[in-house]
Design a protein around this ligand. Structure first.
Ligand SMILES: [Cu+2]
Length: 237
């Protein structure tokens, strides 16, 4: 039931997410790091995923990133809503803080961080870490292709994910669109943030409208299906 409603989400939410990103970001300090520019060498990134919104989730991630391509990525997560699909992405914004969000970004003061409220910290979606098919931001809520947390955990692995040009990533001079090369370089520099979405606030075992209502990404979706549940910066070690 809930998966079908999530699947029904079309491109409008992508546009909303991009537009929100573009509008919501004031001039924030951003340190440009150029140390991998022009390099074709593979870079290994790792992340420690910690809970958001009191989800109790945690995990680790490891990615090998080459020129404009994720050669391989794996995510090991646990403590998630059991038997429910979990959207997961690499987020990045050229003018974002390139960090996981804190409750300081809870704009409406309701005690929870929505996906949009977290954007000043982690930026918009640049890669959808799903199991099959398209991995661009267009698939960011195609939850039928994201991992399902059997008993609350999953081990995800995927190879050869290409970076693509992404609108709304805050780059100057090109209407805010980052090229695949721009974005790959920033991820290689350790500025990408891995976010896992979906948590069961009211503990009834499903994503429903119960406690927190509808998602700001789509009024037909429960916020439980889209709110961030775990987060970690993909850092160079
Ligand atoms: Cu995400």
């Amino acid at each position: 039931m809930k998966r079908n409603s999530v699947m029904a989400l079309g491109g409008s939410a992508v546009i909303l997410l991009a537009a929100t990103t573009f509008a919501a970001l004031p001039a924030q300090a951003h340190t440009e790091k150029n140390d991998t520019k022009g390099s074709d060498k593979n870079v290994t990134l790792t992340a420690t995923l910690t809970q958001l919104n009191g989800s109790g989730a945690s995990g680790t991630a490891k990615a090998v990133v080459g020129n404009k391509m994720i050669k391989q990525i794996e995510v090991h997560a646990n403590g998630l809503t059991p038997d429910a699909p979990h959207a997961q992405h690499i987020h990045y914004g050229q003018q974002a803080l390139n960090e996981c969000p804190t409750l300081a970004l809870d704009r409406n003061g309701d005690g929870r961080l929505t996906t949009v409220e977290g954007i000043p910290a982690y930026g918009p979606v640049v890669v959808s870490l799903n199991t099959t098919g398209d991995t661009t931001p267009a698939s960011f809520l195609a939850v039928d292709r994201f991992p399902v947390a059997k008993d609350g955990s999953y081990d995800y692995k995927r190879k050869n994910i290409k970076f693509t040009d992404v609108a709304g990533t805050g780059y100057p001079g090109n209407g805010g669109t980052g090229t695949a090369k721009d974005i790959a370089e920033s991820i290689r520099d350790g500025e990408g943030v891995l976010v896992i979405h979906g948590l069961d606030y009211n503990g009834n075992g499903i994503y429903d409208l119960g406690t927190v209502g509808a998602s700001e990404l789509n009024p037909n979706l429960p916020a439980e299906a889209t709110d961030p549940a775990a987060c970690g910066v993909l850092e160079r070690r």
